[in-house]
Design a protein around this ligand. Structure first.
Ligand SMILES: *Cc1c(COP(=O)(O)O)cnc(C)c1O
Length: 220
């Protein structure tokens, strides 16, 4: 069933868009089934859960961290995480850089921007993003690679609203690209779109969709 779901979604998305299977709350055997269907990129939003699954599942899985990340937990995932989608402060970036250095690796990150109307959502404003990218602290980091931006649309059925929010994230991406990453080919990712809105997100320029319930069924 999971493998059928995966294939159906893969058939819908263009080759240049990466499907991240959001496996939070799902047990290792379920993830293994998706792995055997060819899926390699998985997304988790809790550090402890990610650490456990990383130890139980095949080593060539690319683990994406997509939840709010506390600074004191960076150390648990720094050695193996493939991409951190949710960087929302300079202090967090500094901590990631520190642990990247410890493990002698460059850790790939996205800046999370707040595109939704809802106050509870995490993420930077454009202004805050620019302050980080202009800072001497950021410029001196040698174990960080910022690969693009991430955002979450409002929890609403209003497609116009979601559409506007995706446009806004894509504009943010373009603005940061023009101002800070013009000659940096690694800055190319726009992580947006979930089960309910990934098709719309792709129309609006998403390069990474994070899909959970449409693959694995609803979470309890
Ligand atoms: C849970 C989650 C998703 C996937 O949500 P679905 O609606 O199940 O596809 C995507 N992104 C983030 C950040 C999430 O926490």
């Amino acid at each position: 069933m999971i493998q059928v779901n995966l294939r159906n979604i893969q058939d819908e998305i263009p080759e240049n868009v990466l499907l991240i299977a959001v496996s939070k709350t799902k047990p290792a055997n379920i993830i293994q089934a998706a792995y055997e269907g060819g899926q390699r990129d998985f997304g988790e939003n809790k550090v402890q859960e990610l650490v456990t699954k990383h130890s139980e599942l095949p080593a060539d899985i690319k683990w994406h961290f997509i939840g709010h990340l506390q600074r004191n937990k960076v150390k648990y995932i720094a050695e193996f995480v493939h991409l951190i989608h949710s960087v929302d402060s300079l202090k967090l970036l500094q901590e990631i850089n520190k642990h990247g250095k410890k493990h002698n690796r460059t850790i790939r990150c996205l800046l999370q921007f707040n595109i939704s109307q809802e106050e509870s959502k995490f993420g930077l404003s454009r202004k805050e993003g620019k302050i980080i990218l202009n800072s001497a602290e950021y410029k001196s980091m040698q174990h960080i690679e910022i690969c693009g931006v991430m955002g979450m649309a409002s929890f609403t059925q209003d497609e116009n609203q979601i559409s506007m929010e995706f446009d806004s994230l894509h504009n943010t991406f373009q603005e940061m690209k023009d101002e800070f990453f013009q000659d940096d080919n690694q800055f190319k990712e726009v992580s947006m779109g979930m089960s309910g809105d990934y098709k719309l997100a792709i129309k609006k320029g998403s390069t990474m969709v994070r899909v959970g319930s449409l693959i694995f069924g609803s979470r309890i």
